[in-house]
Design a protein around this ligand. Sequence first.
Ligand code: TRH
Length: 373
Amino acid sequence: MPHSRPQTGFDIFCRVIDNYGDIGVCWRLARQLAQRSSDFRVRLWVDDLASFARIEPAIQANPTTVQKAQGVEVYSWEQSEQANLLPLDVVIEAFACELPVGYRSKLKAEQQHWINLEYLSAETWVEDCHGLPSPQANGVAKYFFFPGFTPRTGGLLREPSLLAQRDAWRSDPNGRTALLQGLGVPAAWIAGVRDQGWQQCYAFCYPHAPLQSIVDAYQAQARPTLILAAPGAPATRQAGNQVVRFDCPYVDQQAFDRLLWSSDLNLIRGEDSFVRAIWAARPFLWHIYPQQEQIHLEKLHAWLALQPCTPEAAELMLSWNKGEAKAVNSRLQALLQAPQWQNWQASATRFSEEQAGQHDLVMQLLQLVQRSQ
Ligand code: TRH
């Protein structure tokens, strides 16, 4: 008789505060856990399925029953309040979202591992807090899991074969053509990037970003540029013939990654697209999620201190986040020239490779679960 191994179960709870970062991270985490082992059962509990459905077409905003997508069981938040529901072995509370009260009351110290998945930060204090337990009123310890960039943090979400998939996809130019055709980009513009050396910039930034200054910097270049503007990017003026703009629809996360992989420069925001831009290994400008009292700028400085991009690229990133339109225009124009552009590209590749040399977040999460047993 075949021996059947007991399943390990994961319950992931996600509240969508705003935007797509919370669900973006939880969806990647859920899929990666489900793919890591057929012995894993993964349930994802989400309070805003409509936002989820925008970045994952397989999800319905108003389902009548449980949805199963890519090996993950997806439930609405309310369904976790059912009296007869039993928690699985590992309970992941994403970004301190507070578990539903009824569900939390069922957790038992000897049966569940309770983990709070925190936001990503490059600040040094994260190393001291990663993996620490915090005893809760119900007698169960909640462990703090901090993603990060150094070996003493929880690492970054990265599928084991991601970089090989990226390189294989990039090596076939038909992949990019099909992607752009699927989005509805005009054929002449696709031919521009495919055959005529046009540059491509993907722009996923908050509405207050000085995107016009990026358009103006590209306008002054000898080579034309296709700007692919993601939903939410600010409007820009057509300033000449060197730059064309195409407004992209929402795409699923795989297509999102491919947009990053195929662009020369990526403008990304929040935390999940930031990590995916690192894996794209192309120059990018991070538009960090704005917080009160400029806390986000401290986070930006912390990250700039540990990554290897040139001082000129770091200055540009600061100007971009401070909304300094003139400085963004002139700094980007300078960076688009040789050898600054090549140096920026090289530093993006170096940082991506360095980070890929560390254990990924899912592996570290599983190690934390083992250690806390
Ligand atoms: O959407 P965001 O601005 O989310 C933010 C940040 O996570 C921030 O740190 C958090 O505090 C705040 O929400 C509440 O940016 P982020 O994190 O880059 O997430 C975007 C996700 O959306 C990412 O998973 C990629 C995905 N996406 C698609 O899959 N398809 C698309 O077409 C687009 C535009 C995005």
